[in-house]
Design a binder for this molecule. Sequence first.
Ligand code: SAH
Length: 245
Amino acid sequence: MTFRASVLTLYPEMFPGPLGLSLAGRGLREGRWSLDAVQIRDFATDKHRSVDDTPAGGGAGMVLRADVLAAACDSVGYDRPMLAMSPRGRPLTQARVRDLAAGPGVSILCGRFEGFDERLFEARAIEPVSIGDYILSGGEMAALTLLDACVRLLPGVMGAASSGDDESFESGLLEYPQYTRPVTWEGRTIPEVLRSGDHARIAAWRHATAETDTRLRRPDLWERHTGVRVQSPSGARRNDWDEDT
Ligand code: SAH
């Protein structure tokens, strides 16, 4: 079964872009997944082929029109989940990526300017999805990100490498740290346990470091994983990356 991706965008030339290279690109050429980029502007109806208009209530920028977007989405159909990339959407997770990758494919609507007329989400089964708490200039790179995450999980795309359960987030924890040769670099030596050949000790070390790193770097993940709230002495510091204040 081929995983079918359709992307609705004002910039179809951005696809497959980076997904035409490396393992995703090989998977595309081998027919393990397909990609179809639809030009939203083809569904404009006025003589200027306009896709956007000024925001109701005033303010800067332009808003994508619900009528044009709905016509574009209807042309693709709703036999697969239809997502709209939006910072107002539900944050994407590895669990959601797994669900999507196990299904027939996905359709992805890419915003530009100030985003979508909200009535689109009332009138059609379209789910807003965010890739994180920052603002991009358009949904295309968010769509590429989501597709990359899905495609690497498809059978045959990554081969034996790494679609495994060790990766960060698969267990609800960050992955343990990795090392490779040279054994000594700038005076720093790979942890002895990893060179011991003792598989039980290695597994125990990896599990312990995954837990410690998750607790220190991502107290939000740790809390979800264990149900235990991480107490920080200062109370102000949210995770290991934040500056002390
Ligand atoms: N005015 C909007 C942002 C528009 S950014 C707001 O403040 O909510 C323009 C487009 O880029 C969006 O419509 C969306 O498709 C895409 N985009 C920007 N940031 C994104 C994010 N974090 N996740 C997913 N898509 C994003």
